[in-house]
Design a protein around this ligand. Sequence first.
Ligand code: SF4
Length: 397
Amino acid sequence: MGNTVIGIFGSRNAGKSSLLNSLSGQEVAIVSSVPGTTTDPVRKRIELPGIGICTVIDTAGLDDDGGDLGRERVARSLQAAEQVDLGIIVLSGNDFPPAAEDLTALLRRREVPFLLVHNREDEAPMTEGFAGQMRRRFGSEPMRYSCLKATTEDRDALTAAIRARLAEGLMRPRPMFEGLAAPGRRILLVCPIDSEAPEGRLILPQVMAIRSILDYGAVAQVLQPEQLEYEIRSYGEQISLVVTDSQVFARVAAIVPGSIPLTSFSMLLARSTGSLEVFRQGIRAVESLREGDTVLMLESCSHHANCEDIGRVKIPALLQKHCGCRLNFEMVSGLDPIKGDLSRYALAVQCGGCMVTPRQLRNRIAYVAESGLKLVNYGMLIAYLSGIYDRAIKPLI
Ligand code: SF4
């Protein structure tokens, strides 16, 4: 699920961009001996053996002392740490810069794994004293590396270390149908194939649902809304659960008898990634929205979102109708940092996040929730605004 994002952090001129080039085997980043060549986080897509295509964020130096601008650049580098699945902290000259303290504290708070690399081994090898100091603090020594002199074996070892750290830190979402599917149970999955459905395939949450149901030895019956009435008549009480796409929630709820539990893919996904409770609390904030309030819409795709219409048209219309007032909507696409003070928003609405890793989504949610801003997801909000939230949440609590 989603594209892995790796952040490269460190002091100016520690060799962050050189490390990116060394990893990719190409000159993808501009390298210079002038400290501070990378001024803003730069994203590059590279392919790493055993990991596949991933995005690497090359950040500005954590020790940038260029006045207000320098502080802003450091802040942006730290913000970039909110978006990564793994941090690589590049050190050199046996120095662990003070700003790296903030970075490691943030990564630890977000439970993001990180790898320390001591670069420029050819110029200033790591001393036993520094290695021991790092070992005591972080449980392992930095990896010795020289971007300038790295051999194929060195690069392979670095990639292997990255792979290992990513595997250690892999978030294992709760199985989607834990406690809901079991041998002999029949679960109906309502998947509309309409103009918004991707060409020739199902969307990822639907595929994940099928796999999870099969893992539990239950029967997954995939159908479109038009076929639902017939299937309900045919199987009746043998159906233990109906799961629907949020977009046809109201229509499906009108067909499925109250005796058959009903929920949505997005609610199951929220439970699986541990965000259900945050969103349940956020739902209450809908009733506090007032004329002129601003709602922050968070769309995890940076372009070509499959569900663009939901976030930009449907939810704004439904929400304003429900509240009976005019609201402002601001859209943030991708996982770029949300600029400015979050207190100016009255509510945040996060998309399903099907194109990002569970960790990236969880960290985005944690960042917003820590600010005190209430947060819901698209599917749960649609269920609430359609008047079927209580029914849809019941099988999951
Ligand atoms: S749910 Fe989010 S990540 Fe998935 S397609 Fe829609 S905007 Fe993109």
